[in-house]
Design a protein around this ligand. Structure first.
Ligand SMILES: O=C(O)CC1=CCC(=O)O1
Length: 96
């Protein structure tokens, strides 16, 4: 099942630089593993914002929730989710 997810990162302005750097590195490592595994299908920066739009491919809403809650930056994100389903005019066989 595919989900469109928008994540806006809001790190506290008083967070020590070392902590922010560690969180971002841990986030990157997990995000790249999930992309390699096919769970995190798309990851795009929203131009001009510390935010991204992503597409996740997971079995169900619970799996999406569990995945998002694992993200190191999760406590510092605002997250909006839209469930996606196949468009009848799509030519992509892997959209489901
Ligand atoms: O920078 C972001 O938008 C948050 C994020 C998601 C994956 C990653 O590496 O950073």
């Amino acid at each position: 099942m595919l989900f469109h997810v928008r994540m806006t990162v809001k790190l506290p302005t008083d967070m020590p630089v070392e902590q922010a750097t560690r969180l971002k590195a841990d986030e990157k490592e997990l995000a790249q593993r999930l992309q390699r595994e096919g769970t995190w299908r798309h990851l795009w920066r929203i131009a001009g914002l510390y935010a991204n739009v992503s597409v996740f491919d997971v079995p169900d809403a619970q799996a999406l929730h569990d995945t998002l809650m694992q993200l190191p930056l999760y406590p510092y994100m605002e997250i909006e989710v839209m469930a996606l389903c196949r468009h009848p005019s799509s030519i992509r066989d892997d959209d489901r």
